[in-house]
Design a protein around this ligand. Structure first.
Ligand code: IMP
Length: 439
């Protein structure tokens, strides 16, 4: 299978995360992959809230921080400065990969400018969500929001590089923990105070174990560009979870879109040659927030069951719904998407009719754009185009010609509405269940 994607490519989710980016990145990171060889695979935003299942040999395990490209010995995996790193999770992944004989020594690089997630971030995430009750965001409780908040606050954020200035690190961490304990006590009442000594010792130990991988990844990537190396950027979460352009406040705390790629790596916009938008053949979302095409019925459950729609990070059942081209067109525009991969097409097999959301309606008036205010989406009326479904399983399809006419009609309709070429369709989790599309 060959697809035409030249230069440096960003692989980005177009919905609310979990679109299947991991499969596409894994496939493309292979030196003999469909888009040619990549020398670097770079994560630029988010943290251990992301999750994808990686298959090594006959074994499956979940990864949250290490880029999926690590499984390709040809590519260097980079965790760039825009990522927030929980060292405990990262080291577990590193150990898991080493145990499975994945080569890491020269192949994994961690930014010294990336911010660190501490136990108090996770605690704060959990306490804040508990306090909000029904009004909660539905976060993954991985400490992502509190860590990015501390990064922006400056005096309470700690970067990976600071771990190696021990006196400075001790003094800063002590001051932060004192402050956090006071805040937690007054905001959330009784709780076990965080103990500076144990956190300090733990993080000094983490620092030693991470040291072989830590470097200035901005300099590394600039050198790579000068040397004519090819880079794939691995987006985390999805365009609609972006802190600025997603369904705020039901979003994550970083810029998951292409804007975050620039700030999250230190590379200029001219370094991005192509942006491959990855979307499911339907929609899902985990956690709270508006979801105009949500299906709280048998069809929604059918999709959840066939798509195994349960979160990799939290195990929560995902909310499911029809594909929403109003939201997708917006995500495509904001992120400069040049082509599309459509995932989990096989999940729709067996449905009599398949619906595509084509516009919204408010008080009877048509609305073709995605509103800036997420609350405007609550209870919005959705207009659909209805297409015939297909009956025969498509998991064995290996070329476009193997797909039923109704599936092709679905892809063509989406391509026309989205005004971007669909280049890949996925019909199952395995690599060979990926089809090059040219409509
Ligand atoms: P946080 O990123 O843990 O703060 O969670 C904020 C929102 O983003 C919640 O609705 C999460 O369910 C959602 N979220 C965060 N990461 C992912 C992901 O990787 N896939 C899907 N949803 C995510």
């Amino acid at each position: 299978m060959k697809i035409d994607l030249q230069g440096n490519v960003c692989v980005l989710g177009l919905q609310w995360g979990d679109e299947g980016k991991g499969k596409i990145v894994n496939l493309m990171a292979d030196p003999d992959g469909p888009a040619g060889r990549f020398d670097f695979v770079v994560r630029y935003s988010g943290g251990a809230n992301a999750g994808h299942t990686v298959v090594v040999g006959s074994e499956k395990f979940a990864m949250h921080l290490v880029p999926s490209g690590i499984l390709s010995p040809a590519a260097t995996a980079v965790i760039a400065n825009g990522v927030v790193i929980d060292p405990q999770v990262l080291l577990e992944e590193i150990e898991g990969l080493k145990y499975r004989n994945v080569k890491l020594e020269d192949n994994l690089k961690i930014s010294n400018k990336a911010h660190l997630v501490f136990p108090y971030h996770k605690l704060q995430d959990k306490l804040s969500e508990q306090q909000l009750g029904k009004k909660s965001i539905g976060t993954t409780c991985r400490g992502i929001g509190p860590c990015y908040s501390d990064k922006a606050a400056r005096t309470t954020g700690i970067r990976v590089g600071e771990l190696y200035q021990k006196e400075h690190f001790a003094e800063k961490l002590r001051r932060i923990i004192e402050k956090k304990n006071i805040i937690f006590e007054s905001l959330y009442g009784e709780h076990q105070p965080i103990d500076f000594n144990s956190v300090f010792e733990q993080y000094c130990e983490y620092a030693e174990r991470l040291k072989p991988y830590v470097c200035d990844t901005t300099a590394l990537l600039h050198q790579a560009i000068s040397d004519g190396k090819r880079i794939m950027f691995e987006g985390a979460q999805g365009a609609l979870l972006d802190i600025d352009h997603g369904t705020y406040p039901f979003v994550t705390s970083s810029n998951s879109g292409t804007g975050g790629l620039i700030t999250g790596t230190g590379l200029p916009p001219s370094c991005i040659n192509n942006v491959l938008g990855v979307m499911k053949a339907y929609s899902t979302r985990v956690g709270g927030g508006p979801f105009p095409t949500e299906l709280n019925n048998d069809i929604g459950q059918y999709i959840r069951d066939r798509g195994n729609e349960y979160g990799t990070t939290t195990g929560r059942p995902r909310r499911t719904g029809w594909i929403d081209t109003v939201a997708l067109r917006y995500a495509i525009e904001v992120n400069g998407i040049t082509s599309i991969a459509i995932m989990l097409l096989d999940v729709l097999t067996g449905l009599d009719k398949i619906k595509i959301a084509v516009s919204y309606k408010v008080d009877g008036a048509r609305m073709d754009f995605f509103p800036a205010n997420a609350y405007e989406l609550e209870g919005i009326e959705v207009e659909y185009e209805e297409l015939p479904g297909w009956r025969d399983e498509i998991t064995e399809a290996r070329t476009q010609d193997d797909l039923p006419a109704e599936a092709i009609q679905y892809l063509r309709t989406l391509q026309d509405i989205l005004e971007r070429p669909i280049k890949i369709a996925s019909v199952g989790p395995e690599r060979d269940q990926t089809i090059a599309i040219d409509l």
